[in-house]
Design a binder for this molecule. Structure first.
Ligand code: ACM
Length: 550
């Protein structure tokens, strides 16, 4: 064996790869698949996804490591998500994983080794034979939380595209899907005991076209939601791919769609909530939930159904939002002020904290953990709460230093709805300019964190808000190729702070673009948008207070 200076164009890069001296192994129509105990998800995935792409039927094998075979084994001496992939010259491939998940991540690597054609759904040309160089790859993730958040409220992602998104996460060894299901502009999950949440709350009359300062409107009704069976299908599909799902029900702000459906949820003593409809534009909305016992009971009912739809095994965390809750209505509401006095919480921040603490206790009693945006630090963090640090690193640092778990997702670094260049060609640009290289240089662990606090950084996630992402091709354009760079920041080891070699990554991306082509992903090409990807009508605006590109 000789160590390879550069991994064979794998993304994310593995810990180590070594070339064997022996001959290659060639997979062909007679190659068998032996799946040891606990490797069923990978067995099914190889036979239903990779085999058909290459015309390899992969009949079941009788014994491990037979001639001309693929072998999948759980080996508990490895860390749960770690794997060891060996191409045994002339004989076959063995993937050992510390758990079913480790085996599955090893199989993602095998697909990359099999070439871009392995990313198609059926063979695009002749020849099922696939030569693999004799090699050993040893690999494990840097972080346990490697996520992406998708906002399906501002624009709705059809179920089939959610499933496609889960396939794309798996292909990049990402293992958390944060599902932003509710917001001012739409409520997207069927709740049986409160049917108007989707009958009313899932539909808006029209939609702002572009960023919030745009003067353009799409004057047609818009909406959609997932039935409970759709949600169960999504959760099961994710579980087959070793992806946990974090459902988000955003409270007490970002709630206009819910208040439109049930006006009594709002601050009725200061606003005529019966006149509200799901919001047609973007930004921070003043219509927040009333801090009453009946609001709490309503959302407990919602969450009971959410816990049933998202079982504890695959959804240990439930996200309750907590971001961008303007306090103006609570300041003016006699009911809210009486509540502050009665609870002795001091002020409106205390009220928000009381709201979040209530659901922290409620979820903890049901065996789940609460996670919320970093605003939940204001007024005191609930005891068991974890924090999604989005307004930079600061909230995450504060939470981690005080012993709370943190997922880093600073908007300055990993908001993938933000534009990728500041040229006039970017389609409907918003936010900071963040290039592929900027995302590649993201580090979930900020400098100066104490070792104790660092242990509380569960990992990171890229967030995909959809105000300007109306459909699949725009999703692809915003998310790729940057999600490939992000995947490397959370999976691959960091040699030393600041030491990632972007030029080397770009070299590997040449192959990865061919994989994305085979998958049919409309990524942003390195040279800038293709003519059809440019969109007329809305010019860009810089993020307030932000230098053009920092
Ligand atoms: C957020 O971007 N409001 C979490």
């Amino acid at each position: 064996m000789t160590a390879e200076a550069n991994p064979p164009d794998l993304i994310p890069a593995p810990r180590s790869t070594e070339r064997g001296a022996g001959t290659d192994f060639t997979a062909d129509a007679r190659t068998t698949l032996y799946a040891g105990p606990g490797t069923g998800t990978t067995e099914r995935w190889l036979r239903s996804v990779v085999g058909p792409a290459l015309g390899l039927p992969l009949p079941p094998g009788e014994t491990e490591n037979a001639e001309n075979s693929l072998t999948l084994l759980v080996d508990e001496t490895l860390e749960p998500e770690a794997y060891r992939l060996e191409v045994v010259g002339g004989r076959g491939v063995e993937i050992r994983g510390g758990s079913g998940a480790g085996v599955f991540w090893g199989a993602q690597t095998l697909r990359q080794l099999l070439g871009p054609e392995a990313f198609r759904r059926a063979p695009a040309g002749p020849g099922a034979a696939r030569a693999l160089a004799a090699r050993v790859i040893e690999d494990r993730p840097r972080f346990g939380w490697r996520g992406m958040m998708l906002d399906v409220a501002r624009h709705f992602t059809h179920k089939t595209d959610v499933l496609r998104c889960l396939d794309l996460l798996a292909a990049h060894k990402l293992n958390v899907f944060h599902f932003h299901l509710t917001d001012d502009q739409g409520w997207r999950v069927e709740i049986k005991r409160h049917p108007k949440l989707t009958e009313v709350g899932a539909w808006r009359h029209r939609t702002k076209w572009g960023h919030r300062f745009s003067e353009l409107w799409d004057e047609k009704p818009y909406g959609g939601y997932y039935t409970q069976d759709d949600i169960r299908e999504i959760v099961a599909y994710a579980a087959e791919r070793h992806i946990t799902v974090v459902p988000e029900i955003d409270v007490p702000g970002h709630s206009q769609a819910a208040i439109s459906a049930y006006p009594e949820l709002g601050n009725t003593d200061v606003v005529d909530t019966s006149a509200l409809t799901p919001w047609d534009t973007w930004g921070i909305n003043p219509n927040v939930l009333a801090p009453t016992e009946s609001t709490l009971r309503f959302y407990e009912g919602v969450l009971e159904e959410i816990l049933d739809l998202f079982p504890a095994e695959t959804s240990p965390f439930v996200h309750i939002g907590g971001d961008e809750c303007p306090k103006d209505q609570w300041k003016r509401s006699a009911t809210a002020q009486a509540r502050i006095a009665e609870l002795g919480v001091g002020d409106e921040d205390g009220l928000q904290s009381w709201f979040i603490r209530h659901f922290d206790t409620w979820l903890t009693a049901r065996g789940r953990r609460l996670i919320g945006w970093d605003e939940i630090l204001e007024g005191g963090l609930a005891p068991g709460a974890a924090v999604s640090s989005w307004r930079g690193y600061a909230g995450g640092v504060e939470a981690a230093e005080s012993g709370h778990d943190v997922v880093m997702c600073p908007e300055q670094q990993v908001y993938l709805d933000f534009r990728q260049a500041d040229g006039p060609d970017e389609p409907m640009p918003i936010g900071y300019v963040r290039t592929l290289e900027d995302v590649y240089r993201f580090d979930p662990v900020p400098p100066g964190l104490s070792p104790e606090a660092e242990a509380h950084i569960l990992g990171a996630q890229a967030n995909v808000w959809t105000e300007v992402i109306q459909e699949r091709s725009r999703f692809d354009y915003q998310v790729f190729p940057r999600l490939a760079a992000f995947a490397e920041t959370v999976w691959s080891a960091l040699p030393a702070p600041g030491e990632r070699d972007y030029a080397e990554f770009e070299g590997r991306m040449a192959t990865h673009y061919r994989r994305l082509d085979a998958l049919g992903v409309d990524y942003r090409p390195p040279g800038g948008p293709l003519p059809w990807q440019k969109r007329p009508g809305v010019t860009g605006f810089p993020r307030e207070g932000a230098p053009p590109n920092v």
